[in-house]
Each structure stands twice: as structure tokens, then as C-alpha cells.
Design a protein around this ligand. Structure first.
Ligand code: SAH
Ligand code: SF4
Ligand code: F3S
Length: 498
């Protein structure tokens, strides 16, 4: 077992003098080149916390992206190792943890609403521990607001130190005092962490943490720290273990997976990693998110070569106008993006694309917005996540003057969404009467008699069939096509065809 590095202990004890370790956005912006600033450690459960949760329940609510979902699986794993049992009823919990997202103001508002609702639970059960972690906990202003206005919060920790949950919880329980430990260093890589996964056949695998891109609108580099890749051997071990446990699909996670390895020896690239993951033979591989800037030709070659790498690529464009892209700090132009899309399509003819788009970036003109619409016409995405720009304190874009009224931004979003739905529907038409391969998730959310799952191209399919089990890969004949899902009938009875 590797002990935590001295640097980290010094860092913590230095800051401990202040009692609370509070976030510091200025410190969070610092980047030291190379791997030197990164502490690599192995987790071990502190002795004193082994039975902390005996006879007690934990409840976690997760907001935000897949990185947070995966972190919550680690937090759940830590709770279970301390003897806590999971509950889905907040009222039953002895510890409630909100794993938060800071990407847009509306994500934060949801959390503040939830904190208000939990106040009553705290009155009924004064021993209840309420914790806030995740990206909001990394923000100075947010933590100050929680400290001054939300006395019901007992525990705050950030994204860099989720492995410290046992110690921090122990401190909160024993001291009955507020415990706050948010690190704004560049971050660590901690291996050997437990995980209580949400699915038994689909798994998220972190391949890297943090982000160094600093797109001008984005809070993530501040809340997640420096880009730091896990060692390839650790990732492959995890995938092999998952495969042995019967998992059918892994999604490799990073804010910018294409930059994987650039912070390591410089020899290991995402293409190398992807190929090694493909060679494990796990039936389905996905990855998210790909930044167009780092999408190299070797990656295209590897995706085209291996049948178990799914031909559905999430390629966030953000805007179709090169001047806006420049202001956003995205490091590519409209033309570069379109060339990349064409190159990928040539190498992988059945590929589909999804994307993220922001409307109403400061002072985006009508003509610039129309460039986004025309890019959507050109790319004909299968799916797009669309957002109104939300200023994030501490980011460069938040300081830009903006004369576009919010009502105008809402109008643009609606117009864009109509265009996106049009292409999603149009693309789905080709599946009418087709036979697709579906990885079964379970009964459909809306109707227990119907199964649901996703195709290789990430299309949601609701279908009927006999002898089906979660985790099967089945062939389904599509009978009806909708804008965002397909209906069908299974034509084999749930046997894995891999
Ligand atoms: N790392 C990913 C994005 C993670 S955040 C990438 O670079 O593609 C997910 C999406 O949220 C982004 O793609 C962007 O479209 C959106 N987003 C990020 N910051 C935002 C902000 N301040 N306002 C509105 N949308 C934002
Ligand atoms: Fe944010 Fe840009 Fe990093 Fe994505 S690449 S997380 S949008 S800074
Ligand atoms: Fe939100 Fe943090 Fe993910 S801000 S989108 S939870 S990286």
C-alpha cells in the first residue's frame, strides 16, 4: 500500500491551520507542466472508519455529468466499505450526500432548492449528516454562500478528495462540527478505490481527470483541476475485471479523452489506449467527450478497425461560427470541424454524430447564430445537447459585456431545438423495418411489459420479446420510428450474439 505522498499531507496540514480548507479559484487556475504536480496514491480505508456505518443508511443524489455519476459510485463504494447500507428514501438516511454540478446556473439552483427541502429532515433528525460535494463545492462563492446561509450543511468536500470521505465523515460525526475540506491544488490520481456500480452490464471507466483546455465559458478546469491521465495498465486492469464480471459495455470517461496520455510520457495516446481496450474483447466500447482539437488520424483508424468500438461519436461543436469559437477558446474553426467530420465519415461510413451547442454566447449576433443552424444542416446530428450560455464566476467569458436579451437567447434555443429534432427524426427513418443490435438495460421506464436498451449507434429502443434478461445483446426488428426512440420486436430470445 502506498502512503499518501508527503506533499499532500503537508498541503492539508498547512491549510488545516485555518480550520476549514476553503476553495480558492485563483489557485485552481494554476497549471504546472508535466506530471510533477500530481500525487499518485493507492487508497486504503482508515482503520477507525471500518464500522462507522454499522446499522446506518446513506443516500446519494447525483447532479451533472457522467464523471459525477462515476464519482458517486466510488462514494457509494466507500460508504459500503464503512458498513453503511444504501437507501433510496431520503427520510431513512443517516447521511445524505449531494454530489453537485456547477456547469450552469440552473444546475446550481436545483441543488440550492434541494438543500432547502432537506432542512425539515434535519429538524426531524438532528443527527442526520448533510454533505455537499462535487463541482459546486470547488467554487469559492458557492461555499461561502452555503457557510453563511445554509446551516443545515455539515460536510463539504470537493472533487479532488472524494477518497477522504471516510476521514471527513468520521470528523463530522465525532466532532458534531462543520467539516470543510476543499482542495484547490492541481489534483491527484488515486487508485484502488472501491466502487458500488449502478449497472451490472454497463460501466463508466475514468481514463483521466481534470481539463487543461480552459474554454472561456467553462468552469470545469477550475472545479476538476489539471488534466491527469490514469496509467494505461490500471485502466486495462479495470476493463478486464469488468469483462470477467460479465459487463458488456464500458464508456471511457474524460473531459477531453483525445488528450489522454499527453500528460504522461507523451508516448501513450488515446488511440493506443483505445486499441488496447478493444483488444480486451469487451463487446461494446464508447468514449466521451472528444474535443475536436485533439481528434487525431490514428484515432479514426482505430475506431474504424475494431467492431467493438461503437460508431457513434460525441463531438461537441459549441458554435458554427469561427469568430465565436475563437472567443470561446475552442482552438478550431468551423472549417476545421467540418473537415474532421468528413474525414471520420469517409473512414467509418455508418458513423453517427452527436454534439453540444451553446446559444447566446456574449454578443453572439443573429448571423453568427445562423452559422450554427447551417452547421447543424450540414452535420445532421442524431442528437444534440443544447444550452443557453450561463456566465460562470471566475471564467473569462463572465467578464465579457453582453447586449443580447435573454428572451432572444430563449428564442434561438427553441429554433435550434426544432432543427435538431428535425434531423434526429429524419435520421431515425432509415431504421424503419431494419434489424438492430440492442444491449438490454431493463424494463422500459414507462411500461413494465416492454424492454428497453441502446443500439450500437446509441439509439434508445423499446421492444417486446420473450426470455429477455438485462445485459443481453439481442436483435430487434424496428416497427415504429419516433424522433428520439425506436419501437420494435426482438427476433431472437435474448441470447448474446457476441
Ligand atoms: N468536456 C466537454 C464538455 C463538458 S461540459 C467538452 O469539451 O466537450 C458539457 C457541455 O456543457 C459543454 O459541451 C457545453 O456545451 C456546455 N457548457 C459548458 N459551460 C457552459 C456554460 N457556461 N453555459 C452553457 N453551457 C455550458
Ligand atoms: Fe470545459 Fe472546454 Fe474542458 Fe470541455 S474542454 S471541460 S468545455 S474547458
Ligand atoms: Fe458538472 Fe462538474 Fe460534470 S460542473 S458537468 S459535474 S465536471
Amino acid at each position: 500500500m502506498v502512503e499518501p505522498s508527503l506533499n499532500l499531507i503537508e498541503y492539508i496540514s498547512m491549510n488545516k491551520k485555518k480550520n476549514y480548507i476553503l476553495p480558492d479559484l485563483k489557485a485552481a487556475r494554476v497549471r504546472t507542466p508535466g506530471d510533477d504536480a500530481i500525487f499518485r496514491t493507492d487508497f486504503s480505508l482508515p482503520e477507525a472508519t471500518v464500522d462507522l456505518g454499522k446499522g446506518r443508511y446513506y443516500f446519494i443524489r447525483t447532479y451533472g455529468c457522467a464523471a459525477n455519476e462515476r464519482d458517486s459510485e466510488t462514494l457509494a463504494g466507500l460508504f459500503e466499505r464503512m458498513g453503511y447500507a444504501k437507501t433510496d428514501a431520503m427520510e431513512q438516511a443517516d447521511v445524505i450526500l449531494l454530489n453537485t454540478c456547477a456547469i450552469r446556473q440552473n444546475a446550481e439552483d436545483k441543488v440550492f432548492g434541494q438543500l432547502g427541502a432537506i432542512k425539515q429532515l434535519k429538524r426531524n433528525n438532528p443527527d442526520l449528516i448533510l454533505g455537499v460535494c462535487g463541482c459546486m463545492a470547488q467554487e469559492e462563492a458557492t461555499v461561502n454562500l452555503i457557510l453563511s446561509k445554509y446551516p443545515q450543511v455539515d460536510l463539504i468536500f470537493g472533487t479532488h478528495n472524494i477518497h477522504r470521505l471516510p476521514d471527513l465523515l468520521l470528523n463530522a460525526v465525532l466532532s458534531k462540527e462543520r467539516t470543510v475540506e476543499v482542495l484547490s491544488n492541481q489534483g491527484e490520481v488515486v487508485e484502488n478505490l472501491p466502487a458500488q456500480r449502478n449497472s451490472r452490464h454497463k460501466a463508466f471507466v475514468h481514463i483521466m481527470y481534470g481539463c487543461d483546455k480552459f474554454c472561456t465559458y467553462c468552469i470545469v478546469p477550475f472545479t476538476r483541476g489539471k488534466q491527469r491521465s490514469r496509467k494505461m495498465a490500471d485502466i486495462i486492469d479495470e476493463v478486464n475485471q469488468l469483462k470477467t464480471q460479465g459487463y458488456k459495455e464500458v464508456t471511457l470517461l474524460g473531459q477531453n479523452v483525445n488528450a489522454y496520455g499527453k500528460d504522461l510520457d507523451g508516448q501513450t495516446t488515446f488511440a493506443t489506449l483505445l486499441e488496447q481496450v478493444a483488444l480486451t474483447g469487451i463487446p461494446r466500447i464508447r468514449f466521451t467527450t472528444s474535443h475536436p482539437f485533439d481528434f487525431e488520424d490514428e484515432m479514426i483508424t482505430v475506431i474504424a478497425k475494431y467492431d467493438n468500438i461503437m460508431p457513434a461519436i460525441h463531438l461537441p461543436v459549441q458554435s458554427g461560427n469561427s469568430d465565436i469559437l475563437k472567443l470561446m477558446g475552442r482552438r478550431y474553426t468551423r472549417e476545421h470541424y467540418l473537415t474532421l467530420v468528413d474525414k471520420i465519415k469517409t473512414a467509418i461510413p455508418d458513423v453517427t454524430f452527436s454534439t453540444d451547442i451553446i446559444v447566446g454566447f456574449p454578443n453572439e449576433t443573429q448571423a453568427q447564430f445562423e452559422d450554427t443552424l447551417s452547421l447543424v444542416d450540414r452535420c445532421q446530428y442524431d442528437l444534440a445537447y443544447t444550452f443557453i450560455y450561463s456566465p460562470r464566476e471566475g471564467t473569462p467569458a463572465a467578464k465579457m459585456e453582453d447586449h443580447i436579451p435573454f428572451s432572444e437567447k430563449q428564442k434561438r434555443l427553441q429554433q435550434l431545438n426544432e432543427r435538431i429534432t428535425y434531423y434526429s427524426n429524419l435520421n431515425n427513418q432509415k431504421y424503419k423495418d431494419a434489424i438492430v443490435e440492442v444491449l438490454v438495460d431493463g424494463p422500459s421506464k414507462k411500461n413494465d411489459d416492454v424492454w428497453s436498451g441502446y443500439t450500437r449507434h446509441n439509439k434508445l429502443v423499446n421492444f417486446s420479446g420473450e426470455g429477455i434478461h438485462c445485459g443481453d445483446i439481442v436483435q430487434v426488428k424496428i416497427t415504429e420510428v419516433k424522433s428520439y426512440s425506436l419501437d420494435g420486436i426482438a427476433i431472437n430470445n435474448g441470447e448474446t450474439n457476441e
